[in-house]
Design a protein around this ligand. Structure first.
Ligand SMILES: O=C(O)CCC(=O)C(=O)O
Length: 307
């Protein structure tokens, strides 16, 4: 079968201070490719502030290491509710949430946010997978979810940037198997997909973002460079797609949006109340180890969440 040719990858740009308008071209790109690339989704001062917040450690002390099956670990923090601190405001701001609602065609809630910290020389890979490949096991019936990866540091081929198979969301959900601590796409199916779908290296400058559908096949390589490759990835589910089981991520919870201008006005770096950090030992779909074993992650009872 011939490779599917989709032409150049369209790119969009956010203009600070303006609303991020979801144009017809953006919707077409999302439907055709399964993702939309937005340059400058966050400004340099907004990203610098995020890095400062993470360096303070109130969020990152909840990190865990996910073995990549190739001798290295992917370090992550996951929180299920955004809360009131700066990391949560990233996932509550209109430029992301309104855009997500337009792309998914309905009201959404914050399913969780991941902060993936590939450290210099040691940062592990992510196996080829679809997020819905394992989210489906959490009792979510429709693939009405997406993720927004935002670069905190420059992401390129040298430090393990995201790779996507363009148009792969149209495959539907494919089978997944355990690889290391992770869920990976069935290798025979993946090999066939790689023959016909274009692989795109998603190289990002700090602040650039990519909105990608939960059935897009994606992966990233180990970080053998001397540079950090940190990203933040808020993930959303449609409100009318509430998981039918209680599990380790959030069920439908009203998302209180904030204005884009609230980001630079926010100085809350240490109040992690209500974030419901994920303890990997209760997630049956992965195998991972907490980095700081003395930190208790399950601090909140999810139904009582308020913003
Ligand atoms: O951080 C990355 O490079 C990939 C992340 C990813 O695939 C995921 O968190 O599902």
């Amino acid at each position: 079968m011939a490779k599917r040719e989709l032409g150049p990858v369209p790119e969009f740009r956010y203009k600070p201070g303006e609303k991020l308008v979801v144009t017809d071209d953006m919707k077409t790109a999302f439907d055709k490719d399964g993702f939309v690339l937005v340059r400058g989704l966050f400004t340099v001062p907004e990203i610098d502030k995020l890095e400062k917040c993470l360096e303070l450690g109130h969020v990152t002390e909840h990190a865990f290491d996910l073995p990549d099956g190739e001798e290295m670990n992917s370090r992550m923090v996951i929180f299920n509710h955004p809360g009131v601190d700066y990391t949560g405001l990233i996932g509550r701001c209109r430029r992301i949430v309104d855009t997500t609602e337009e792309l998914l065609g309905g009201e959404v809630y914050h399913y969780h946010t991941k902060i993936n910290m590939k450290q210099p020389e040691t940062g592990g890979s992510f196996q080829w997978h679809q997020d819905y490949g394992y989210w489906y096991k959490n009792g979510i019936l429709f693939p009405d979810l997406l993720s927004v990866m935002v670069a905190i540091h420059k992401c390129d081929r040298g430090n393990g940037c995201l790779k996507v198979l363009r148009g792969s969301h149209k495959l539907g959900r494919i089978d997944h198997i355990r690889i290391g601590g992770q869920n990976g796409a069935d290798l025979d199916t993946l090999a066939e997909c790689q023959k016909i779908l274009e692989q795109v290296y998603v190289e990002l400058e700090p602040g650039d973002g990519i909105f990608f559908h939960c059935n897009v096949l994606h992966s990233s390589d180990q970080n053998h460079s001397d540079r950090k490759r940190w990203v933040i990835i808020p993930c959303y589910n449609r409100m009318d797609n509430n998981p039918y089981i209680d599990h380790h991520h959030a069920r439908a919870t009203k998302l209180v949006k904030v204005d884009d201008s609230d980001l630079l006005a926010c100085d809350v770096f240490d109040d992690v109340t209500g974030k419901w950090f994920m303890d990997p030992s209760i997630d049956k779909t992965i195998i991972a180890e907490k980095v700081n074993k003395d930190v208790t992650s399950l601090v909140e009872n999810p139904p009582e969440y308020k913003t």
